[in-house]
Structure formats: structure tokens, C-alpha cells
Design a binder for this molecule. Structure first.
Ligand SMILES: Cc1ncc(COP(=O)(O)O)c(C=O)c1O
Length: 409
């Protein structure tokens, strides 16, 4: 019998499948596919009913009005339920919409939420521009400091919002332990787990109450679709979010759902490759002379390696690289002439990317950006390792690092 965290969906006789099998087969209800392998895209606002009896019988059924989605939306939601170990899953138009949906609906005026100081910047903007003006007290915390967070999980606190690893700087936190402490104190734990896409760490199976991920990244996997996912198990949080979802109509298009489900079918092969290549590239990068530090929890030298090793089965393709020195011109000479690494927002697709991070806009009050002893100035770039050959990627980066070195002399 498979353990809960290794069991995906129901599978044969209710025992469940292992992850790879589930990625390929989960959510495939033959009734929805018209005998094709893939579910069709059905674009609809109006769904027609044959007669009054059918109209009345549709109350509470899935295929009733296009706002609740059609076949591809249902298939993706079914797939995600088994994948995340969830009882309910909502799809939103983007990862940000998922974060907004959760934060807006779980926070209350006059009460407090704790938010990891190293969350994705737009998440902080939701806190500052939407929640705080509505009377929600927002306190930023360093989730690496379990004792400090634990001491704060009382009084008016309703929610702990985590992102692991931290945005841009990839600090690890023990979300499993923090979720346990939240439960003991009646606080709802929320985790943005976009980095590992639920593949190497399943938040709901680890006791986290609400798991959020941007499916625009790994689940979609091809840089051509935007979507957010909110997953929960049965309970009060599910009931309250379900009510809001029903009346506020959080939804996505059937086309977006179809694209994400197609990406999901190859997720296991892609994640394993991202993991393998990223670890090789991170070890190689940390030996390069112009690199001050590589921020990647899967590296033994990383401060978060212990937590990562104990909780995660692998890592994704995204990491931070701190270059020695700082120069706008040098940075341009590095990133403007890459052959394989494209420059642009988002990540999690099949291709490698590089993106300078603006350290001058340090928006962290509690944690700060990482510093490297002996280096007065550093430049942070975010690197996504795609599915290309690592030797080709090393060559591209080596040449970029050489241009960076020249600009420093
Ligand atoms: C960790 C994390 N969460 C959420 C988001 C938002 O996702 P989306 O771009 O789909 O809105 C991003 C986007 O980069 C992200 O990096």
C-alpha cells in the first residue's frame, strides 16, 4: 500500500498511482474525451438543456453555465485534485489572481496576517495596497526563524502566508513544521509552492492548509499560458473559499485549461530533467571565478540545504546567481549577448532564461538581500535552467561571465 504522500488519485481499486503514472493518466474521464486521448476544448457561455426536467436536474452539476468551465476545465481540476492530494481545486486567470483570491478572502479587517518577508514582490503589493488600507494588520516575518514565527502565531493572527523557497533569493523554510504550528494555534497556513510545482513537495500532504501555485510556470511548461491554482482539503477553509468562488466566479478559459493539462502530461519528465540539470549547473556556477554565490537550496553549500534535503525530493530549474561586482554596462554586456538564455519575465518553461534582479529596490524589512563576505558589491541575476544540453548552457554562460569579467577590469 502506498503512503499518502506517494499516492496520486484513486487508481486501481482505490490504491492510487505513483506520481509519473498519475501525471500521464490522471483526470482522464473517457466520458469527456469522445474517445480521443485528449479532452476537447469546448468553448461555451450558454449550455443548452433539452427540456425543463434537464434544466432543473442541472442544479449543482458541473456543466451548467460556461463561467464554471467546460470539459477541459473539469479534467484539469480533476487532475490537480489527485496531483495535489486536494479535495477542491480552483483555477484562476494567473498566479497573482490565485494569491489575491486567497489573501483577500482569508484576511479580515481588524485582524492580523503574517507574511514571509521574502515573498514575490507583487504579493507584498497586495498586502500593502489592498489589505492594509482595508484595515488588515500585516506583519512580515522571517520564516527560517521557526521560534519567532511560532511566538507570533497567536492573538489576532488568522493566516501565515509562506513562499518556499523565497522569491529571487531562494531561502528555505520548513513549511511542514510551520504548518503544524499553525494548526496547533488555529492559524490557516498558506504556501506559494510555485518553485517546485508540487512535484517534489506536496504541501497539502505535509499539513499545509492552502497550496497556491502559478501554473503559468511548470504545469503549463511551454511559456504560452497564464493560470493560477488554489488547492485545499475538506474543512472550513474549503467551505468559505467555495462560497466566494461560487458567487465571485473565479474561472479560466477552456483553452487555458487545455494547454495546462497538456503541459501536465509531461510534467514528470520535465521536472526530473530541470532538477538534474539545475543541480549540475549550480555546482558548475559556484566554481566560476566571477560568481560570488549561487542561491539554490539543492546545493550542499546552501544554508537551506538541510531543510530542503529533509523535505523535498528534488529541486526545480530556478536559482539566483550573485556575480562579483556591480556595473550596469557589464550587466548589459553579459545579458545582451546570450545565445541560448533568453531574457524575460516568468520561468518554468522548457527554455533557459536569465533576468537581472533589482537589488537597489530592496523591499525587505526583516530579511534583506543575501550578502557575501569579502564582496563589497554583488549583482543578482535569476537563472532558469531549461531542458537544453548542459554543456551548451555552460558555454553560453561562460562567454557571458567572460564579458562580465572584462567589464570589471
Ligand atoms: C513564486 C511566484 N508566485 C506567483 C507568481 C505569479 O504568477 P503569474 O505570473 O501566473 O501571475 C510568480 C510569477 O513569477 C511567482 O514567481
Amino acid at each position: 500500500m502506498l503512503e499518502d504522500k506517494d499516492r496520486y488519485g484513486l487508481g486501481w481499486s482505490g490504491e492510487g498511482y505513483k506520481r509519473e503514472t498519475y501525471c500521464a493518466h490522471g483526470g482522464r474521464d473517457e466520458g469527456m474525451t469522445c474517445h480521443a486521448v485528449n479532452v476537447p476544448v469546448v468553448r461555451a457561455s450558454t449550455i443548452l438543456f433539452d427540456n425543463l426536467e434537464a434544466l432543473e436536474a442541472s442544479d449543482g452539476s458541473r456543466l451548467r453555465y460556461g463561467r464554471s468551465g467546460t470539459q477541459s476545465n473539469f479534467a484539469l481540476r480533476d487532475w490537480l485534485k489527485g496531483y495535489e492530494g486536494a479535495d477542491e481545486v480552483w483555477l484562476t486567470g494567473s498566479g497573482m489572481e490565485a494569491i489575491l483570491f486567497v489573501l483577500q478572502n482569508l484576511s479580515k479587517s481588524g485582524r492580523e496576517i503574517l507574511v514571509a518577508d521574502n515573498v514575490y514582490l507583487p504579493t507584498k503589493k497586495i498586502c500593502e495596497k489592498i489589505l492594509r488600507p482595508r484595515g488588515v494588520k500585516v506583519t512580515y516575518v522571517d520564516c527560517r526563524d521557526v521560534e519567532d514565527v511560532s511566538a507570533r502565531l497567536r492573538g489576532d493572527v488568522d493566516v501565515l502566508f509562506m513562499e518556499v523557497p523565497g522569491s529571487s533569493t531562494f531561502e528555505m523554510a520548513d513549511a511542514t513544521r510551520l504548518a503544524e504550528l499553525c494548526r496547533e494555534n488555529g492559524v490557516v497556513s498558506v504556501l506559494d509552492h510555485t518553485w517546485s510545482a508540487g512535484y517534489f513537495y506536496r504541501p497539502l500532504c505535509e499539513g499545509v492548509d492552502v497550496a497556491i501555485q502559478s501554473a503559468s510556470k511548470y504545469c503549463g511548461g511551454h511559456a504560452d499560458v497564464m493560470m493560477g491554482v488554489v488547492s485545499v482539503k475538506k474543512g472550513e477553509v474549503m467551505d468559505s473559499l467555495r462560497y466566494v468562488e461560487d458567487v465571485s466566479a473565479v474561472s479560466t478559459s477552456p483553452d487555458a485549461a487545455w494547454l495546462v493539462l497538456r503541459g501536465a502530461r509531461t510534467l514528470s519528465a520535465r521536472m526530473r530533467r530541470h532538477d538534474e540539470s539545475a543541480r549540475e549547473m549550480a555546482s558548475w556556477l559556484e566554481r566560476e571565478s566571477m560568481v560570488a554565490k549561487v542561491l539554490y537550496p539543492g546545493l550542499e553549500s546552501d544554508e537551506g540545504y538541510g531543510v530542503w534535503k529533509s523535505r523535498y525530493e528534488g529541486g526545480s530549474g530556478l536559482m539566483g546567481v550573485l556575480l562579483k561586482g556591480r556595473s550596469r554596462e557589464g550587466l548589459a554586456s553579459f545579458v545582451d549577448h546570450m545565445e541560448l538564455f533568453g531574457m524575460g519575465f516568468s520561468w518554468g518553461s522548457f527554455e533557459s532564461l536569465i533576468l537581472p534582479q533589482d537589488q537597489a529596490r530592496n523591499y525587505r524589512g526583516v530579511m534583506g538581500f543575501p550578502e557575501v563576505s569579502g564582496e563589497e558589491e554583488t549583482t543578482l541575476v535569476r537563472v532558469h535552467i531549461g531542458l537544453e544540453d548542459c554543456e551548451d548552457l555552460k558555454r553560453d554562460l561562460s562567454e557571458g561571465l567572460l564579458r562580465w569579467k572584462k567589464s570589471m577590469t
